[in-house]
Each structure stands twice: as structure tokens, then as C-alpha cells.
Design a protein around this ligand. Sequence first.
Ligand code: DQA
Length: 146
Amino acid sequence: MAHILLLHGPNLNLLGQREPEVYGSDTLDSINMAAKKQVEAANLRFSSLQSNSEAELINAIQHAKTDNVSLIVINPAAFTHTSVALRDALLAVDIPFIEVHLSNPHRREAFRRHSYFSDVALAVVAGFGADSYRYAIDAAIKTLQH
Ligand code: DQA
């Protein structure tokens, strides 16, 4: 059974309270629950992890290989703009991934315009709030079904 892993980077555990004018009012739990429902309705396996630690996210990506993850959907959060190590981990396991953001980083501060992920991602979904995850998971399912 194909398996989708949803990864969330730092500070996304605070969704719902964190800068709601930028990130909306949905909590991480509600985003994970909706994603799980979507994936399981397509008869695929779902797992998710949020971490504030770069090392923990790297370990999860490395573990994804042995866990037979077929596709990763990842919001690297602030690590988007800083982490060569996370990029290298995704390239090392060679699992296709979709980069997702609640906000559209290109409409924000200049330092958010560079991503260490976009040029090696299958696709990027950004700017739709919690719906970014819905669209990204939908695209992940369709990719695996084709
Ligand atoms: C974010 C955008 C990043 O620039 C920021 O550091 C985040 C969240 C988003 O989902 O819009 O933490 O990835």
C-alpha cells in the first residue's frame, strides 16, 4: 500500500494561535486529521510528524526510506530558507516530495523568497492557508494513483 508522510517544521505546532492573520485559525491537529481522512479515503497509508528540531526531521526523512514511504508532503517552515541539511536528506532518500506553505512566501519579506527545496520538489503549493495542505495531499494522491 502506497504511503504518504506529512512533515511539518518548526513553530507549526502553534498553528491556530501563531500570527493568525498570516497563517489562519486552523490548528495542526485539524490539518493532520483532514489530511489523514483524505489519504485513507484513497486507500493509502498516512503518517505525520511535526518537529521544531532539524535533526528530528532529518531522522524522519531517513527513516521514511525503510518505512517504504512513497511520497512526502513537507512544510519545512523556517527551515525552507535555511536548511541545506534537510534538502540533502530529501535528495539522499530519493523520495519525491511536495513543498507546501500556508502563506505565499513570495508576498512576504525578501528573506522568505529563497527556498532550499523548490528546485528539487515535485511541486510547490503555497498561499491557500490550510487549503494548501488539502491541495498538496490531493496532488500527492493523484500522483501515486497514476
Ligand atoms: C511557512 C512560511 C515560512 O516562511 C515560515 O517561516 C513558516 C511557515 C508557511 O507555511 O507559510 O514558519 O512555511
